[in-house]
Design a protein around this ligand. Structure first.
Ligand code: NCD
Length: 326
């Protein structure tokens, strides 16, 4: 199976087997990074490829983990740090920017506040494009990172009961994650205030895959009791047109030691981060809290994705880790 030359705008464009092949490769990348055994860590051979990051919105994890991933593969990175430092400030269109930047690199990672922006970049670039968040719409590489962490702990997806909690309306991570979890055989529970509920088209998509509508509730405490994984999310302050509306919702859900008393002993707690107040730092040392490990997984996952889209399998990136063509 080859993903060479493809772009990743939504995981809906990738088959289950293609997604699993990226996760398998990410496991091998983690091994090559010395995750399993520090002595096995391998230095990359130089790679003659450049990754360009176009981040029009703030980012810590995706941007740094994409850059780290490309450097770990032995390649190079160029960045357009902020839109205001670029020709976009002079009125250049996103389409033109995509056209120009694809002449400077081999693969583009883009984050932008507009829904559909990553597709515009892909339509106008001559190299593969990776969507690192297009407004409230999608965040497929976070979903891959989430799947990677979940599978390493639970060994399977099939039959897991997963709660997605918080701002399901504006949170792009859950928009990408929910349909793919349903495809992989998970049962989903959506936990949010009614006005921050999951958009109807995602609920329909989940229903189509799962064969039944996901449970939707406001009650985190009741939902907690039989989950295999709870995925907490931040109320997306920057997406509210009216700031008083944000004030109304902030602090709706707070996961702390008291709230966790009713949770199963083996329920994973995940979060795409950054957190605000929805996860109390007092539970950071709880063995079920895996969000920092989840964030670290962004590097092997993005290494696997970049290597797959660049068609590096068999090239230096693969030789470095002794990977075989899946
Ligand atoms: C998420 C995002 O940007 O959508 N962050 C991330 O990429 N890990 C989640 C968030 O900002 O709440």
């Amino acid at each position: 199976m080859s993903l060479a030359g493809r772009s990743l705008i939504s995981l809906q464009d990738f088959s289950d087997d293609e997604i699993i092949s990226i996760l398998d490769l990410a496991d091998e990348m983690a091994e090559a990074l010395g995750w399993e055994d520090a002595d096995q860590r391998q230095a990359p051979e130089p790679l003659d490829n450049i990754l360009a990051t176009l981040f029009f919105e703030p980012s810590t994890r995706p941007r740094m983990s994409f850059e780290a991933a490309m450097l770990r593969l032995g390649g190079s990175v160029i960045s357009m740090a902020e839109a205001k430092a670029s020709s976009v400030a002079k009125g250049e269109s996103l389409a033109d920017t995509a056209h120009i930047v694809s002449g400077y690199c081999d693969i583009i990672v883009v984050r932008h506040s507009q829904s559909g922006s990553a597709q515009i970049v892909a339509d106008n670039a001559s190299v593969p494009v990776i969507n690192a968040g297009d407004g409230p719409r999608e965040h497929p590489t976070q979903a891959l990172t989430d799947l990677f962490c979940l599978r390493r702990h639970k060994k399977t997806f099939n039959g897991l009961k997963i709660g997605l909690c918080g701002d399901l309306k504006y949170g792009r991570t859950v928009h990408s994650l929910a349909p793919v979890l349903a495809r992989m055989g998970c049962e989903l529970v959506f936990i949010s205030p009614p006005l921050l509920a999951m958009p109807g088209e995602i609920v329909s998509e989940v229903k189509r895959h799962a064969g039944q509508a996901p449970v939707q509730t406001e009650d985190l405490q009741a939902a907690l009791a039989d989950l295999d994984m709870l995925y907490m999310t931040r109320i997306q302050r920057e997406r509210f047109a009216d700031p008083t509306e944000y004030d109304h919702y902030k602090g709706t859900y707070i996961l702390d030691e008291a709230a966790l008393k009713q949770a199963p002993k083996d329920m994973l707690i995940m979060h795409p981060l950054p957190r605000v107040d929805e996860i109390s730092p007092e539970i950071d040392d709880d063995p079920r809290a895996v969000y920092f490990e989840q964030a670290a997984g962004g590097v092997p996952v993005r290494m696997a994705l970049i290597a797959s889209l660049l068609g590096l399998l068999g090239g230096p990136a693969q030789r470095k880790s002794g990977l075989a063509e899946p």
